[in-house]
Design a protein around this ligand. Structure first.
Ligand SMILES: Nc1ncnc2c1ncn2[C@@H]1O[C@H](COP(=O)(O)OP(=O)(O)OP(=O)(O)O)[C@@H](O)[C@H]1O
Length: 262
């Protein structure tokens, strides 16, 4: 039977109380299989960031329930890596030391770290090497370009090999060329580690390039108005973005969002 990693069942979320209530998410069903890469797109304010908080257990739903690996989430979910638009690297730590952070925070690494420091440093260095950052391991974030910082940010999210990676507009602040390089990096890491992933993005080409399935949310309150499977073989090269099938899918999603914005 197919294993679900994330299973949102009939989930609703309301912000505020009394007369000031805003229904942000309305009876949403969202399932992500183990190892599946799902992108969520939609008009501004449709509830994408809210969805991320629901999946990671940072916000409890007002209706329905969130299941992670078959267990109902009742608080912050363990085993999740996260990367956001603004890299959250700590400025006083080197790149390597930033990437090592999850080992200091997440069990079972935390209790093993001191005795097995060399092994963990090696693991972080190997990951930096795969994304071409090894020679910057000892530099500080402010000594790196925006693209490099985001590379390091994604490394930090993945170094402890979480089963779920949450990406909220991770490459939004980068120029188009750098962004596309980071798509390739993300795809390569995904093919290696096979985590499940939810990517929230405004960039429809990014969604189609990276995802197995793209979900389009309606304007507030967010509901799923389109689910589009992306059957483009992997590894995908940037040249596939010029293929008719790619453009067709992007176009179909764009039409749906335009329709949703009303
Ligand atoms: N703390 C809050 N209190 C009240 N309303 C909120 C709060 N946070 C978000 N909202 C509202 O809920 C809706 C969903 O917000 P959310 O940030 O999830 O949307 P989004 O799709 O991520 O937006 P964008 O695409 O602009 O980043 C928005 O209309 C927003 O105004």
């Amino acid at each position: 039977m197919e294993q679900l990693y994330v299973d949102l069942r009939n989930v609703s979320l309301v912000y505020g109380d009394g007369d000031e209530q805003t229904l942000a998410i309305d009876r949403l069903d969202l399932k992500v299989r183990e190892g599946e890469f799902v992108a969520v797109v939609g008009p501004s304010g449709c509830g994408k960031s809210t969805l991320m908080k629901l999946v990671t257990g940072l916000l409890p739903p007002d209706g329905g329930a969130v299941f992670i690996q078959g267990r109902k989430a009742t608080g912050p979910v363990m085993g999740v890596g996260m990367a956001f638009q603004n890299s959250t690297l700590l400025p006083w730590r080197s790149t390597l030391s930033n990437v090592m952070l999850p080992f200091e925070l997440v069990q079972p690494h935390r209790k093993r770290l001191r005795r097995n420091a060399d092994e963990y440093v090696e693991k972080a260095r190997r990951l930096l090497d795969t994304v071409g950052l090894l020679e910057f391991a000892d530099k500080f974030p402010w000594e790196l370009s925006g693209g490099m910082q985001q590379r390091a940010n994604v490394c930090r999210a993945l170094v402890h090999e979480p089963k779920l990676l949450m990406l909220d507009e991770p490459f939004g602040a980068l120029d188009a060329f750098t962004r596309e390089e980071l798509w390739l990096m993300t795809q390569a890491l995904w093919m290696k580690q096979r985590f499940s992933s939810i990517l929230v993005t405004h960039d429809l080409r990014e969604a189609v390039f990276l995802a197995d399935r793209v979900i389009v949310l309606s304007k507030r309150p967010g509901r799923i108005i389109l689910e589009r499977q992306v059957d483009i073989p992997r590894p995908r090269a940037l040249s596939c973005t010029f293929e008719p099938l790619f453009s067709e899918i992007v176009h179909e999603i764009r039409e749906k969002i335009v329709e949703a914005r009303g």
